[in-house]
Design a protein around this ligand. Sequence first.
Ligand code: CA2
Length: 152
Amino acid sequence: MPTIFILNGPNLNLLGVREPATYGYDTLADVEQRCLARAAALDLTIDFRQTNHEGQLVDWIHEAREAADGIILNAGALTHTSVAILDALNAADLPVIEVHLSNIFRRESFRHVSYVSLAARGVICGLGPQGYELALEALASVIEAEPGEAAR
Ligand code: CA2
């Protein structure tokens, strides 16, 4: 079965604990459960992770190059700042779907810029945890449409 890395960046461990008006009441563990259920239905294996550290995200993206067939990435605030993550995504040469829980375009102007988008096949934002499930569906389609060396 194809493997999808679902990587989450800084502060997303606080999901469901703080700021429910912006990010909702689901915890990151709830989001993972939804992803596990959707992945099973799509015949995908997922590896769901969160870190508060930019270098850890870079290392995981490098790992994905060998171990995954696609990446779903919510890089949190690093989305708007990290050239290192963009470089890692370009080097990984895998299909990437960028996800944000909130609609970043309804928020502060600094959130309207995404370095991740420069390496992403698609972007889903503003749909809360459902965005992760939709990203899994999108990657399942990409992998099916581009077989061979695992959609690369
Ligand atoms: O909407 C998203 O998913 C974001 O990636 C979340 C980031 C934010 O910096 C991006 O602009 C958009 C922030 C994650 C912080 O998550 C929290 C969750 C609950 C309480 C506090 C922070």
